[in-house]
Design a protein around this ligand. Sequence first.
Ligand SMILES: [Zn+2]
Length: 438
Amino acid sequence: MFRQAIVLFNSVLVSVFLLPVTLAAAPADLRANADRMQQHIKALSAFGANADGGVDRIAFSEADLAARAYIRDLMRAAGLSVRMDTAGNIIGRREGSEPDLPVIMFGSHIDSVPGGGNYDGDVGVIGAIEVIQVLQDNSIRTRHPLEVVSFTDEEGGLTGSRAMIGEVDYRMLSVVSHSGMTIGEGIRTVGGDPNRLDLAERKPAELKAFIELHIEQGAFLDAENIDIGVVEGIVGIRWWDVTVEGFANHAGTTPMNRRWDAMVTAAEYILAVNRVATSMQGEQVATVGKIRAMPGAPNVIPGEVVLSLEIRDLSAAKIQRVFDEIRREGKRIADARFTPIRYAEIDVASSPAPTDARMRRIIAAAADELGLSFKFMPSGAGHDAQDMARITPTGMIFVPSAKGISHSPQEFTSAQDMANGASVLLWTVLEIDGGGLD
Ligand SMILES: [Zn+2]
């Protein structure tokens, strides 16, 4: 039963052996319909379609509005009763047989980045509706109420899920989004009420669990030919401005042995960042993505260089260890060149968001029983699930992104891969409904 997992992943054996027996809740032949999902993805891709084969479906744009109407229609066709909260989140509800039980919620988003693809977010919303459709087709009634959610403006800062967990930064509402509107105006445009976002808040007691199906947006599953990623969590992110202080001087008259060249120190520093992140055990990543030299002239030795440092990992303690090691290396380099390095941390407020351990086991068991190979992995990208994880047990299911390409018209996930993910979602929902988290 665990054959595929054992062949592929020695490192996850421990977790695999902790799987809870078998899943009782799902009839053995219950599957998502790949053709139907493909059809829905294709129909959705018409809203905001661009010449490159992708979409420009920025939240709050005309294309977004039209796509939102399409999603509401699909939800109704699957038998859901549809409402919108004050943040503009579209919520389709299916009652359970025990009305007092908390909601099992699942979904994703349908807004895109400028020049985006047809799968990021979309697969999670279409997959969630597919789960409901399969339950309808098979006349399966759950005990818990089920809610499918399509979150507002994921790409612009997790706007909808922030409101749902009651953590809106109200300054954010005046930020002008890619739509040309402020986020506040955008929420009003889709029919929400930016002044009453408190009404969109859900309390932990109302929810049983949240699950998000999403494309990986990276290359691990595709490269290793694995069907399903069981997401361990969404990585935390920390940013710093790093300033190297040198001394600006004439590039022609200052001999090489009398320079305090901030750029040379920065060059060594950048290599050190890469070396530290590569040499430590684990899946941490560290990046210098931006650099500015002052005064920035060909004939002046740079007196100051400011560069960005970003570190991501699933563990906050690990991020700190990576940073400490980089700082130690940086100090060594700075001392040798008499060019001090200063750090100023930028508040990006993105702590690691681990998924629920029981949920991971259920998702892995669902994949396994469906005959799908799977792997435990972190998510390097942000998702609405990271917000939801703060108020309810949360799980995330990844399906492969061809060549790891995302936020691009070349984004691609096959119909079979999408359906595999939706089937795992379906079985996960039924297992939770049957008491898998109790
Ligand atoms: Zn997404």
